[in-house]
Design a binder for this molecule. Structure first.
Ligand code: GCW
Length: 661
């Protein structure tokens, strides 16, 4: 279509034009050369066109309000920012640093141009800040196109072809990601099906097209590959990692990838997990498997992200000796020190699977000689599927600040970086639920600074995203959006599975309550509720021994129900319904209370949102309002099913005599 600017004619999310007004009304000088400096120039020039300011390059005569320059410094992503004598200066040695410096100024808004500013250095704590897309090229009959995707179809793939005509949208996506600090994207699902396997070889040009667009904003492209590629694509009789022909095949395939995409980041691999092929078939270890791919990538400085999500998904529920929570630790800790330097072991932040509440995986901190990346899930598989408001910032922040033992927190131990499964699709609001954009933004900013206060990041996102029509309305607008989001994760936790026990969801699609949905299934996800009590005994003394995978002090804290934090009690212990929590309430009364409260909190949040109808643009307001209807319906269903189920099991009445069906 003529006259359509693909970067700007999509939902602007946290980069509305208005956010560029302070820059666009001023005089800017840009010093330096290179493709990302051109991107910076393009951003400032666009802002000036809209707001009447001026931008010059290199040796132009001043004065200037803003100077963005490549100089000094020593790290590719760092920048400094200061303000003296009426001029704000951002200095970076690397082009990506300059881009991040520009977005820093955008975040500062008008305040970037007021008074004096001491020189401040900004650098990301983690080198790798990545989004993994679980996108398929072909539409899967059950999963749809995006596995666990709640925002429409894929942003990258359409009809089995790269979305040539929509690459502008990919560019706009890269722009949003760079503005919150993300620097790497995996463009396809870790479950690599037949069609998608070919992205590695005969369809690499399509990946290259996407990579070029993302590269304009400093984002590297990674690809999920199947471990069986030498057989599936190369026609070899084996994929044994110690077989020389297999090694040669990977080297050759990888050299072709780098011919097509010089800045390619590397491979992501889900092996021996939920039916994906892996080294176990050949009696080889996961270190052998990961090192095979690492060897092929070494000449190009590429990395392998090898996922630690390996467990028995064909468990017999009658077997009480197997504990899925133990699996990643049991499989991988013995391999510490055996991985090549360019292998990153990618570990889910909890031992199970992105439940609303889990302890931090005991693997993190237990492999000092391995680079670990921590994987989180922005896509809300178990947290309301982007129909419920559930801002995950506080949960991620708790994980990142957790100290497995005396010493470094998770945010430092994640030397291999922070990864999130993306929550984005081809939906006009990117994330289905417009407020789910806050998860994406917060993730990027936390990956840049894992010890940041998530609530300040929420403020930042709100101020960028929501523009008041009149400045006197901004306080009501910001307070309202904040009230809707800030405690939404805890609200969601209240009306769903209690006290860390997890699941209780409908099988397969994982939306909505079903207390016994996974109770007799092969997936290793049980709550063991009976008439007397509920929970999984993972103690060393009488249970599966999982608690013993932690270092001190946590092994001891989790071992006993009297010291275990309430919110994780049923993850670690099987207790009676009248067990008294540290809060002073019984387990059953806690369940009743939280389930009533959770629904009331959704009702309250919905009212707040309704009260913002005059301040939020109509399309966004309507979309959120519609999702609130469904959230409330669903929250009531959760409340009533959980309360009824446990009332029937336990026979204990609610102390407050509220209605339980
Ligand atoms: O929880 C499971 C999801 C799968 C996903 C898997 C994984 C991509 O339900 O859909 O597969 O986790 O993380 O590999």
């Amino acid at each position: 279509m003529q006259g359509v600017d693909p970067v700007r004619d999509v939902d602007p999310a946290w980069l509305p034009d208005e956010a560029f007004r302070p820059i666009g009304t001023r005089r800017t000088l840009i010093r330096g050369a290179g493709p990302l400096v051109d991107t910076v120039h393009g951003e400032v020039a666009g802002a000036c066109e809209r707001f009447g300011g001026r931008v010059e390059r290199d040796a132009a005569p001043g004065p200037f309000d803003l100077v963005l320059e490549l100089a000094g410094e020593d790290s590719p992503e760092a920048f400094t920012c200061e303000r003296n004598g009426g001029c704000t200066t951002v200095t970076a040695s690397g082009q990506r640093g300059l881009l991040y410096g520009l977005f820093h100024v955008v975040r500062l808004g008008e305040s970037a141009f007021l008074g004096q500013r001491q020189r401040e250095r900004h650098a990301p704590a983690l080198d790798l800040r990545m989004l993994d897309h679980w996108d398929n090229v072909a539409v899967h009959p059950v999963m749809g196109q995006v596995e666990r995707g709640y925002a429409g179809g894929s942003l990258f793939w359409e009809d089995g072809r790269a979305r040539g005509e929509l690459l502008g949208r990919v560019r706009a996506y890269g722009r949003l990601l760079a503005a919150c600090g993300i620097n790497a994207v995996t463009v396809n699902n870790v479950n690599v099906h037949k069609t998608e396997a070919h992205l590695l070889t005969d369809r690499i040009d399509e990946v290259a097209d996407i990579s070029r667009e993302l590269g304009r904003y400093g984002i590297r492209t990674h690809l999920s590959v199947t471990f069986a590629a030498p057989m599936v694509l190369g026609g070899l009789p084996t994929a044994d990692p110690l077989d020389e022909a297999v090694q040669a095949w990977w080297s050759e395939a990888t050299s072709r990838v780098y011919e097509a995409i010089p800045g390619f980041g590397g491979y992501v691999v889900k092996a021996d997990s939920e039916g994906q092929p892996g080294p176990f078939a050949y009696g080889r270890s996961h270190a052998d498997g990961a090192n095979l791919l690492a060897g092929a990538l070494t000449p190009y400085n590429g990395t392998v992200h090898w996922r630690a999500f390996v467990y028995d998904h064909r468990q017999d529920w009658r077997d009480r000796t197997t504990d899925r929570a133990r699996a990643a630790y049991d499989h991988f800790v013995p391999l510490d020190g055996q991985f090549a330097p360019n292998v990153i072991l990618q570990v889910k932040h909890g031992p199970m699977d992105f439940q609303v509440r889990e302890p931090v995986s005991p693997l993190i901190g237990a492999m000092p000689r391995t680079r670990l990346a921590v994987e989180t899930q922005a896509t809300q598989e178990y947290t309301g599927q982007q129909r419920h408001v559930c801002w995950l910032g506080p949960m991620w922040s708790e994980v990142l600040r957790f100290r497995p033992e005396e010493g470094a927190p998770v945010g430092e131990l994640a030397r291999g970086g922070l990864v999130a499964v993306s929550n984005v699709g081809d939906d006009p609001f990117w994330t289905g639920h417009p407020l789910a954009q806050a998860n994406l933004y917060t993730f990027g900013r936390l990956a840049w600074q894992p010890d940041a206060n998530p609530y300040r990041l929420l403020d930042e996102w709100i101020r960028l995203t929501f523009t008041p029509r009149r400045s006197e309305e901004s306080a009501r607008l910001e307070a309202g959006v904040y009230a809707v989001l800030a405690h939404s994760w805890r609200t969601y936790e209240k009306y769903t599975a209690p006290l860390g026990v997890g699941w209780m969801v409908q099988p397969d699609h994982h939306y909505g309550p079903s207390v016994d949905g996974y109770e007799y299934s092969p997936w290793g996800t049980y709550h063991f509720a009976d008439r007397d009590g509920i929970g999984v005994d993972r103690s060393v003394a009488t249970g599966t021994g999982y608690a013993g995978q932690y270092a001190k002090p946590w092994a001891e804290v989790y071992e006993s129900p009297t010291t275990c934090p309430d919110e994780l009690l049923l993850f670690f212990h099987h207790v009676s319904y009248d067990h008294v929590l540290r809060s002073g309430k019984t387990v059953i009364q806690h369940m009743y209370d939280t389930h009533f409260e959770g629904v009331e909190e959704v009702e309250a949040a919905q009212r707040v949102w309704q009260g913002l109808s005059d301040l939020v643009d109509p399309a966004r307001h309507a979309r959120v309002a519609e999702r609130f209807e469904e959230q409330l319906r669903s929250a009531r269903e959760w409340r009533d099913q959980i309360n009824s189920y446990f009332f029937r099991k336990s026979g204990v009445a609610d102390a407050h005599g509220r209605r339980i069906y």
